[in-house]
Design a protein around this ligand. Structure first.
Ligand code: F6R
Length: 591
């Protein structure tokens, strides 16, 4: 949520930051801005909308230091005035911020009483003004920034610069919101950003700031930990991602590129260290109660995992949405094991669930795509999905990677790891086919029939139920069609009242539950529904059949792929942006 960039070094800060900001736009894209330090004070641009109209930045003078921001609105509407950077009243301090300052109203009132004026509706604007307040009392920029934090409650990542006090200096502060420093290849060159893809073109050497770290970046890097009140040394890590992975290549959209990468990703998951999988499976075996927590697509992966563990490993596991988990914490003991799944590893609700689990003494494990993420650092053990950077706001390849990791765990728990590996390897060629031009063209035709629909229902039983939920989410978020999924058995308990002549319904089938789900399809058909079947066998109930071979537990991986393609094609036909749907952001770092 919101993307931050800061740059200091020999390159032109404006151009460098603009390209970094474009790589970060998946974190928020309702407005953006840049500020650079110049001999005549701070120069800046702010614009509403996606980063594109770059002509406005040509007016910015050359500079070696600057900050930038792409916004996902929390406090205040989408306006130029609310776009970042925000400035102190004396125009000497510029700040970009990700997160929420929960006590901003009280602090704004306090500052107003001290004579400060405010020009936006944001919580952010109190930050530069609180720093100015302390500087007026004689503190230097760094000390004033430190003192300001005592007035700020909530979660934040902040990058700030000052117009006069050491012009070649940035301050970066992290509290419960991600911030990572990139060690540039040039001498005295540093980047600071919310996420690694921002500067992947420039460096793969990074330092992940820890909770309550304050970094002073000038000709060198100095990091203080504010809770310990000492200078700290943080390790430089090498990121395994390739910059090409974060580019669209020959694809029109990241969405389609990432869908097409899924065969390759299954191959990478198969190569995850088996010793790690075995150790995590042992933890699951030992635990008295295995609980999965996650949000959104990752939550659907968890639910799918619960079904897979039950059928392959005969293991009982629970799933809760991460934001609901705290209501069940009284069940937790030191023998409980909480497994959090999160593509970004920065979802505030999921992090909160892990913290709740730890506060009750439970063991925690994370499955995430993001090396160095807060989740991976805060949980006891981590499995990295190895799906590579996912830039499209929608989860596609990271979802299938999560399913593949869960499949490996289930087979290891059943003492059949080799079978699990063979099963996944078997899928690779088939997934190449499912994402091929031939299948894409076929799905496009189906999308043409559905493009004007307002409501769409999806049903599945067993493992096909989480698939229906995930397919509905993909369609909803990128096409804005009302798509709703149900367990097939729920239909007759009320939902069927929604079906009228012509209502499109997608029915996911498998050989295991074919009879029951086909009965449900027939019930829909009898009320005039237009049925799209997804599964191994055609049926007279179907108006259209999307053939997906039978793959038992791996049905969840195979059946979601045509649905991702359908969501994409519908988005294109309806004129929606597949990579950046309205109101969404990639990393949901606020609760
Ligand atoms: C859907 C989607 C979201 C995320 C959810 C959790 O396409 O991307 O529903 O799955 O916000 O995000 P992570 O996995 O980063 O915790």
């Amino acid at each position: 949520m919101c993307g931050i960039i800061g740059y200091i070094g020999p390159k032109n800060a404006t151009e460098t930051m603009l390209s970094c900001l474009q790589s970060l736009e998946y974190r928020g894209y309702d407005s953006w801005g840049l500020a650079v330090n110049t001999e005549n004070g701070i120069a800046f641009v702010k614009e509403v909308g996606k980063i594109g109209a770059v002509s406005s930045v040509s007016a910015l003078p050359k500079s070696s230091v600057g900050i930038g921001h792409t916004r996902w609105a929390t406090h205040g509407r989408v306006t130029r005035a609310n776009a970042h950077p925000h400035f102190s009243n004396n125009k000497k301090i510029a700040v970009v911020h990700n997160g929420i300052i929960e006590n901003f109203q009280a602090q704004k009132k306090f500052l107003t009483q001290q004579g400060f004026k405010f020009y936006s509706d944001t919580d952010t604007e109190i930050i530069p003004n609180t720093i100015e307040y302390h500087m007026r009392r004689g503190y230097d920029f760094v000390e004033a920034a430190k003192r300001s934090l005592n007035h700020l409650e909530g979660q934040y990542a902040i990058v700030a610069l000052h117009a006069d006090e050491d012009q070649d200096q940035l301050i970066a502060i992290r509290k419960e919101a991600p911030l990572v420093i990139g060690m540039g290849k040039e001498e005295n060159e540093f980047f600071v950003a919310s996420d690694v893809p921002a500067f992947l073109d420039h460096t793969k050497k990074v330092i992940f700031l820890e909770e309550q770290d304050l970094a002073i970046i000038n000709r060198k890097l100095t990091i203080f930990n504010l809770s310990k009140n000492i200078e700290v040394h943080r390790k430089i890590e090498n990121i395994g991602w390739d910059p090409v992975q974060a580019k669209k290549g020959n694809f029109d959209h990241f969405f389609m590129k990432e869908v097409a990468e899924q065969a390759e990703i299954i191959e990478r998951v198969v190569n995850i260290d088996k010793v790690l999988i075995k150790e995590i499976a042992d933890e699951m075996r030992k635990a008295q109660g295995v609980i999965f927590v996650a949000c959104g697509s990752a939550a659907h992966a968890c639910l799918s995992g619960v079904y897979t563990l039950a059928s392959v490993a005969k293991m009982h596991a629970n799933f809760y949405f991460a934001h609901e988990f705290k209501n069940f914490k009284k069940f937790l003991t030191p023998e409980s094991l909480v497994i959090a799944i999160s593509q970004s590893g920065e979802t505030a609700d999921t992090l909160d669930a892990i913290r709740v689990a730890k506060s009750c003494g439970a063991k925690t494990i994370s499955i995430t795509n993001t090396f160095g993420s807060s989740l991976s650092r805060e949980s006891h053990r981590t499995i990295i999905e190895r799906a590579g950077p996912e830039i499209c706001v929608l989860s596609t390849k990271t979802y299938t990677a999560q399913l593949a990791v869960l499949t490996l765990l289930a087979y290891e728990l059943a003492g059949k790891m080799d079978e699990g590996v063979a099963k996944l390897k078997e899928l690779i060629r088939y997934i190449y086919y499912l994402t091929s031009e031939e299948v894409r063209k076929f799905i496009k035709k189906i999308a043409e029939n559905l493009r004007y629909t307002e409501h769409l229902y999806l049903i599945g039983r067993d493992l096909q139920y989480p698939t229906a939920l995930e397919a509905a989410l993909k369609i909803k978020e990128v096409t804005y069609i009302h798509a709703e999924a149900f367990a097939g058995g729920e239909l007759k308990h009320g939902v069927i009242a929604l079906i009228v002549h012509g209502t499109p319904c997608i029915v996911f089938t498998s050989e295991k539950n074919e009879r029951e789900i086909i009965s449900n399809a027939m019930e829909l058909k009898a009320r005039g529904a237009y049925i799209i079947g997804v599964g191994p066998n055609n049926n007279e109930a179907f108006d259209v059949w999307i053939k997906v071979r039978e793959d038992e537990e791996a049905n969840s991986i195979c059946q979601i792929i045509p649905m991702q393609l359908l969501a994409y094609q519908l988005a294109i036909l309806r004129g929606c942006d597949p990579d950046k749907p309205r109101n969404l952001a990639k990393s949901v770092t606020v609760k």
